[in-house]
Design a protein around this ligand. Structure first.
Ligand code: GSH
Length: 211
């Protein structure tokens, strides 16, 4: 059995747990990070010198960075749909995975989520937030067309859906106005119907809420 270190409320942990479940890898999750602490010990720093979550241990392999963990799980345990071995099939999926991590998440997680959930209300910059929310809607509209004639980013669920799809629980549950994107909304409904998404991604983040 593999091990993942990281609290269940962390979006980066969620995507690795969801990926492991989808590729059929049994994982024991150990609560560290946030209120649990435990990321600053020499033992933990030896696994991840950044002192961040998640960390995966699979036999002798110890790995940090959620995107690297996701790609490892795909390459090691995923089938041809989840992780196409043909680079020409995998690369267009990877473009959306990378776009999620480098373009979408900085706005959704590190700006909007951070402001609404992790910043005391008296300190929230609501003017900046409204610009960020508008930017977020525009970013989401860029991926809307991907779901016009298919159910997932590839032919069925792939590593790219894990990276992109895990962001949608927060996108659709945070209190802000969203543009009408019917294909994206239908895609989110499909994800919500997956047991592993429900278990690992649709995790109540109210313990992180500061007033
Ligand atoms: N680029 C890293 C970022 C990891 C990261 O920032 N993790 C956050 C949680 S999402 C963390 O460790 N925060 C400190 C904590 O929870 O104690 C990754 O994708 O794994």
């Amino acid at each position: 059995m593999a091990t993942i270190w990281g609290r269940a409320t962390s979006s980066n942990v969620q995507l690795t747990m969801w990926a492991a479940a989808e590729v059929g890898l049994e994982v024991e999750r150990i609560d560290v990070g946030g209120a649990f602490g435990g990321t600053d010990t020499p033992e933990y720093r030896a696994m991840n010198p950044n002192g961040l979550i998640p960390v995966l241990k699979d036999n002798e392999l110890v790995l940090f960075e959620s995107a690297a963990i996701l790609r490892y799980l795909g390459a090691q345990y995923g089938d041809e749909t989840f992780w196409p071995t043909d680079a020409k099939k995998r690369a267009p999926l990877d473009a959306w995975a990378e776009w999620t991590k480098t373009t979408l998440c900085p706005v959704l997680i590190y700006q909007v989520f951070w402001t609404l959930v992790r910043t005391p209300s008296a300190e929230r910059d609501m003017e900046a937030l409204s610009g960020q929310v508008a930017q977020l809607g525009e970013l989401m509209s860029r991926i809307e067309g991907e779901f016009a004639d298919k159910e997932y980013l590839g032919s069925d669920l792939s590593f790219a859906d894990i990276m992109f799809g895990h962001t949608l629980y927060r996108y659709y549950t945070l209190p802000f106005e969203r543009p009408d994107l019917p294909n994206l909304a239908a895609y989110y409904e499909r994800l919500k119907a997956r047991p592993a998404y429900k278990e690992h991604v649709m995790v109540d983040y109210s313990p992180l809420q500061v007033e």
